[in-house]
Design a protein around this ligand. Structure first.
Ligand code: AMP
Length: 419
């Protein structure tokens, strides 16, 4: 397999799939440029080694060409960070894009317009009426697959080599994230973002230093079951926190008041606890919680046992005794994975537990532990606290990271690895 560090880019045009799906405000200003900054080392490497760049990405979920989702809004941000002028192809297909890419000289950069202006990128037919027959649907899908092949071939024709650096979309088998790789059997590779993500997650899943602690929080047990079970293979401890802890508490006979609970998952919660026991994983969901008399930042609060929450009250955050226990567990861990908040952290009154985890992770990282943080809310918490650089790795790909942790082979990774 080719590696970006060893590949000879001189005189070559590299088509790079990045994840420039950045949030924009109503004036089309970027409100968080993390994803652009993340891809810069890969882009710079190609230019430094004498190559030229064709950058491709999606932005938002357009149903066709839409000014609001044009990548032209981010040209100046790329130019500023890369220190190079960026040419723009206002259509990722067509003669202009083909000409511009053909004429690229070493050191030059071309940005293609939003790939998702074409349904072919995702390969799903758009605008199909809801009441069409299965047969019509099937025919439309088959037709789209053919169009997608053509679309992919055209993208591939622009370049001599392909780099995938979009971990955030690696779990999708789209034209630019997976299908295009086959046109570059000997000239395809991961960019540094992809390499970094894969190395960090593999470190937890395949060769972790023990003891390993997984902190799994968030709203619902149902969305995290696969990960919880997969992590039983590597974890010594698992802290279950946030809204999902209450389903476990109720399943074990606790009184949880009005707290968030998935009543249809109570059986499953008990099965998970049994499986943990059988695998020798210690699960922690009990302890004190901060309960509120309403789902509001200004609600009245009291600390109570998760197994005994008064009627009409709801658990919103971890309590002080629970936080002390977590501190001990984390201080004794060598590898820690964190996904999902420990409370309703969007409300400052109930953000203490989530922020405390971020702080503890920064502390234990400084003492030599390997700490991996993933998932939108957990990433927001470490960033908000200024700890993003003080943990070992912050994963940029929410859905992709979760699927990779579940043990699913991501199409974007497979396409580069397969010969
Ligand atoms: P997820 O997307 O599953 O990681 O869940 C994140 C959401 O869980 C956040 O919006 C939190 O506000 C929410 N959450 C965390 N703890 C609680 C809780 N105790 N009660 C209700 N929602 C919670």
């Amino acid at each position: 397999m080719q590696k970006i560090d060893n590949y000879d880019f001189s005189g070559k045009r590299a088509i790079v799939r990045v994840d420039f799906n950045v949030p924009l405000n109503e004036n089309f200003q970027i409100t968080d440029d993390t994803r652009i900054r993340a891809a810069i080392p890969t882009l710079k490497k190609v230019l430094e080694k004498g190559g030229s760049l064709i950058i491709m990405s999606h932005l938002g979920r357009p149903k066709g060409p839409t000014a609001k989702y044009s990548l032209k809004h981010i040209i100046s941000a790329i130019e500023e960070k890369l220190g190079v002028k960026v040419q723009f192809a206002p259509d990722c297909m067509g003669t202009e894009a083909a000409e511009l890419s053909k004429n690229l000289k070493p050191g030059e950069v071309l940005l293609l317009e939003n790939l998702r202006f074409y349904a072919e990128e995702e390969g799903k037919p758009r605008d199909l009426a809801e009441d069409v027959t299965e047969e019509v649907k099937k025919a439309a899908k088959a037709e789209m697959k053919e169009k997608q092949k053509e679309f992919t071939k055209v993208l591939a024709s622009y370049a001599d080599c392909y780099i995938n650096d979009a971990f955030g979309t690696a779990h999708r088998a789209h034209a630019s994230t997976a299908l295009i790789a086959k046109y570059f059997p000997d000239d395809k590779m991961f960019g540094y973002v992809m390499e970094g993500e894969i190395t960090a997650i593999d470190k937890v899943l395949k060769s972790p230093e023990k003891p390993v602690t997984a902190i799994i929080g968030g709203a619902k047990v149902s969305s995290k079951i696969a990960i919880i079970e997969k992590l039983f293979d590597v974890a010594d401890n698992m802290i279950i926190c946030g809204g999902m802890a209450f389903t476990f508490a109720k399943a074990k006979g606790g009184k949880i008041g009005k707290s968030l609970c998935e009543d249809d998952q109570l059986e499953l919660a008990l099965t998970i606890l049994d499986k943990a026991k059988a695998k020798g994983v210690k699960i922690y969901f009990e302890g004190d919680v901060v309960a509120a008399d309403a789902f509001s930042n200004d609600a009245n609060k009291q600390v109570c046992d998760i197994m005994n929450i008064p009627d009409g009250w709801l658990g919103m955050d971890a309590g002080p005794e629970t936080l002390k226990l977590w501190e001990t567990i984390l201080n004794n861990s060598k590898t820690i994975l964190w996904n999902g908040p420990a409370g309703v952290f969007e409300m400052p009154s109930f953000a203490t537990g989530t922020l405390k985890i971020a702080e503890l992770l920064a502390q234990v990282t400084a003492k030599g532990a390997f700490t991996l943080v993933g998932g939108g809310d957990s990433v927001a918490a470490v960033t908000q606290m200024g700890y993003a650089k003080k943990v070992s790795y912050v994963s940029t790909g929410g859905g992709a990271m979760l699927e990779y942790l579940e043990g699913i082979e991501l199409p974007g990774i497979k396409a580069i690895r397969e010969v």
